[in-house]
Design a protein around this ligand. Structure first.
Ligand code: ZN
Length: 189
């Protein structure tokens, strides 16, 4: 990067199913990038998508994706929707029905988040710079917000975790709105 170009203070990370990385890594592409974009060593492909894991609690298992309310206490309702199936890096790699289905499932989760958390605005971030497996960060934005006019600063490395009781209670609320129960398999294709 040109030394004269101001770097962002923090680049949003892709928390779901990723091992912790050092803070310095955010200014570099992953060393195994060429392998990752082919799905080799992709943690999101390798994950069995449990009902809960170290990163979050599943609130919806759709035909095309799994949605995890995140454990990190960064922003109320912060949820990651992850494409399920073969490894896909870009949404442009999807067939039309897959793309519309993936987006519809994102909207379904977003409606539940809006109904429960009552944000001022929802943000949808499909990044993949740390892990190039198609996934979308759903980030509610509230009146009290650190940077209302900019992308939300996802300070994942330093954030504490949401207390388990609160996390599970909020996940239960979202699951009820999404009509999904833990252990329920995804709808058949
Ligand atoms: Zn993958």
């Amino acid at each position: 990067m040109d030394a004269g170009v101001r770097r962002p203070v923090h680049r949003p990370r892709c928390p779901a199913h990723l091992p912790p990385r050092s803070e310095g890594d955010v200014n570099d592409w992953p060393a195994n990038w060429q392998l990752l974009i082919r799905g080799i060593g992709c943690g999101m492909c390798e994950s069995e998508r449990p009902d809960a894991d170290a990163f979050g609690v599943c609130v919806q298992r759709g035909r095309f994706s799994d949605a995890y309310l995140q454990r990190k206490d960064i922003q109320r309702g912060y949820t990651v929707v992850i494409w399920r199936g073969r490894h896909v890096t870009e949404p442009t790699d999807l067939a039309e029905d897959e793309a519309s289905g993936y987006w519809a499932e994102i909207l379904s989760v977003s409606r539940a988040l809006q109904a429960f958390y009552q944000p001022l605005k929802m943000n949808y971030e499909t990044l993949g710079n740390s892990l190039p497996h198609l996934h979308t960060h759903l980030i509610p934005r509230y009146q009290a917000d650190p940077r209302p006019g900019q992308p939300f600063p996802l300070m994942l490395d330093t954030a504490a975790e949401i207390p388990e009781v609160r996390l599970l209670a909020e996940a239960a609320e979202l699951r009820q709105r999404l009509s999904w129960e833990p252990g329920e398999p995804p709808p058949l294709a």
